[in-house]
Design a protein around this ligand. Sequence first.
Ligand code: ADP
Ligand code: MG
Length: 626
Amino acid sequence: MEKKQFKAESKRLLDLMINSIYTHKEIFLRELISNASDAIDKIYYKTLTDESLKFERDDYYVKVIPDKENRTLRICDTGIGMTKEELDNNLGVIAKSGSLQFKKENELKDGYDIIGQFGVGFYSAFLVSDDVTVISKAFGSDKAYKWHSKGAEGYTIEPYNKEKVGTEIILKIKENTEDENYDDYLEEHTLKTIIKKYSDFIRYPIKMDINNKKLKEGSEDEYEEHIEEQTINSMVPIWRKNKNELNKEDYENFYAEKHYGFDKPVKYIHTSVDGIVSYNAILFIPEKTPYDFYTKEYEKGLELYSNGVLIMNKCGDLLPDYFGFVKGIVDSEDLSLNISREILQHDRQLKLIAKNIKSKIKNELENLLKNNRESYEKFYDSFGRQLKYGIYSDFGMNKDVLEDLIMFYSSKEKKMVTLSEYVDRMPEDQKYIYYAVGESNERIEKLPQIEVVLDKGYEILYFTDDVDEFAIKVLMKYKDKEFKSVSSGDLGIEVDKKDETSNEEDKENKELFESMKEILADKVKDVRASKRLKNHPVCLANEGELSIEMEKILNSMPNNQNLKADKVLEININHDVFRSLRNIYESDKDRLKLYTKLLYNQALLIEGLSISDPVEFTNNICELMK
Ligand code: ADP
Ligand code: MG
């Protein structure tokens, strides 16, 4: 018989499983039962929606059969089964999504965290077994197959006799070791406890059969008559249960069972609505960003059930993009089973549910912000960017939903603050909400442009995400206060009279600035005396809607149109450097050229922009040192 190799990644994961010292090995049962339940979901849905399948049986169950004598544990289901190809493809590679996560966490040595933090699916069988058999007969097929593996070195697939459609997994349980009592996984009592703990809400009966030791593997079909069966789980899906009967752990177990995330959610929302449209929903707000969240690959959506029957794994229409991080399920009696994806999009009931869910999430996030700042900040750290995208996209249509949920780092508080906190403590003479843009808080703190605003005692919000300034341009105002960049032409701040120059001086300076502007040609729109600088000799300001930071971002994108912000070189006329400029202005035109270029390049560097000709720049410095 041909031996097939696992894909490289799977092999590594298998090795991890088999040799793991992970202490919660019991989760293997949750994983296998969850797969069984998924498989039953699929066949159940088929028989409900396809008229020609009405005759199909309705005995949907999972059976767990421990056998101490043979040291085996079997998990049988009456689900949709797998064809030979499916056995090969589905069990030979690790589930698509998990695999990438795994790659990213490859610093982990014994796999402890991988197993604990995210579901490892079928391979978790190898936590308790080093000899795994899967016998399966697919729906619509007349042949059954047996898949067998003793771990990382590979697996075999061969034809097998099995009458009923479904899958049976046979685990040869490992021998006890010093650290682990594997016998436990053959104990009726232990198994029941594990099932209760993780799989209570599975909607199909999970039965335990303890008296069937004599039968051969693959002959579960013959158990039909058997009497000593008990259903262990309550079978009431968690979302149909009364909130009062459930505790945090129940929700967290459900979150883990569904593989919604490898973190613990910062918040769960359980809601039952009876009205024009009725539904139950459980929603989770994760704490950590899924590894693919900010990529094209990420698919938002909630699980959608119609009266207990799964009709869609990820219904994207239930969530706006800006709340795309929310996980969970919705079950409604008002949705038709046979509904297609296309029709669903326009379904009135679904739209109503989506609308309700949106405001529910908004309210719960606001509550979290108000009542549990620490959790909110954790959440915001992961998903704040998405909220800001939400403000920016759709021409600002969702401003109202989102403006009270966003936060920025504050120069005053040295922590994240909301816009309403900012506006509420604005001094009376302050007209604008000030912000500064930069790569990091540390860099912004060093920007010469912020000095005068800080000196006024005004608070500045630090924008460090690419999207920040774009979002704010769409928002335009918050509580009637406009936003103002510290680099913008007019800051709207009164400067002290003593800095004002006489008309005579103004005129002279003007000529100097004109010359400098000529030297810099099309690089700047203007050169002028700065009203914002204190200790630095120069900075760049900008005029018009497009800021220098936005120019940077837009031009870093593919197919950029090489947009340019209108830049203004501002000179600090109280600085010694300015005095030198004045001195050489009349006497040494070459030197003025040199100084002007140097100052301009300095200003670029401070802004975090690149210098177009670094060699010329260094040559110029050398020239100066001579
Ligand atoms: P996931 O459940 O996240 O897809 P798993 O590793 O748990 O990943 O399972 C891999 C795949 O193997 C499943 O998607 C399914 O197609 C198939 N599979 C596993 N167990 C069963 C089963 N009992 N019946 C039918 N198919 C199964
Ligand atoms: Mg699974």
